[in-house]
Design a protein around this ligand. Sequence first.
Ligand code: PLP
Length: 391
Amino acid sequence: MNAATRVYLDHAATTPVAPEVAEAMARVLREAHGNPSSAYAEGRAARVLVDQAREEVAAALGASGSEIVFTSGGTEADNLALRGTFAARKGDADGIVTTAVEHHAVLDTAQDLAERLHARLVVLPVDRQGRVSVSQVTAALDLRTVLVSVMHGNNEVGTLQPIAEIGAACRARGVTFHSDAVQTVGAVPFDVATIPVDLVSLNAHKFYGPKGVGALYVRRGTRLVTLQTGGGQERGRRTGTENVAGIVGLGVAMRVAAERRASEAERQTRLRDRLFEGIVARVPDALLTGHPTQRLPNNASFCFPGTQGEALVVALDLEGFAVSSGSACTSGNTEPSHVILALGIEREVAQGSLRLTVGRDTTEADVEALLEALPPIVARLRSISAEPALR
Ligand SMILES: Cc1ncc(COP(=O)(O)O)c(C=O)c1O
């Protein structure tokens, strides 16, 4: 199968690098080899590039440059937010509140803090559409709560959480509020001037930047202890020689995403909605997962009872489509995803989950091709699973 005939519908897993980003990074790799910590001209030139990127990221979030800490990606940003806040706690503060649909980078980190450092962890349930309620979060807060972590947009089912209201509830009680916005920054507006959030995780590879680079927004005055010791870069909050080319790529990707956000959101919402109606009309018993409207513009996710997600992914791959079942990060794991189960969907139905995420390069023809290919695949897998097992 040649690449030109492939249809890539897994932009929530990662996105192709935008040409502007690749060009900017190649220029850095060719021409700017200095260490940003060096005092001579080459070092100063690299420092300028890092600081320009910092300003670009800050501008897109409504933040100031000094509030941006570059990391190796979303996982590290989440770890720094949770572990760094917990390490900075005072007195008997030990409570962490999060939700059952967080990415493993948050959920497993919170669980690790509970197991090893005795954090009192509250994992809140979500409703059938994947939303946590503000009143549930508020009810879970007490005088010992140190941190609330609620993601902005879910990576599997696309549901958006009411983070502005949750942030306001946290702020009223003096609790630090972190949001994993890895899936949303670049796709929907995110302004820290209007959202009362203290820590925000993002990475570049979800918005057409390179893999292995991201950032944590840290609101001025937020208590955070660094996880690494070393040369003191990033104001001591994330030490280690900066990934200059990656950081420049992140900055350019962020700027381009901000410029294209409104038009792409509208176009991708149309493609997503075409997937919804086409699949519901053509595949019997297709179950749309996530919130019907409060969701990422590019995410169409389903369960097809009587199928296995991994088998759907493999069958579609053979026909030229790149899609995923549940989270890409947990693919290969035959257990249904924790997110789909948290929606209250039965285990057997949850096993047949499929996530389609469109992107800048997705065309109407791609969507129509998927709508042609999917129904016979679901029918075939259902007929196989309905056959009595060989004895
Ligand atoms: C919501 C969310 N958080 C965190 C991550 C991890 O980010 P990274 O791949 O940069 O470590 C991902 C990646 O899939 C994600 O979707």
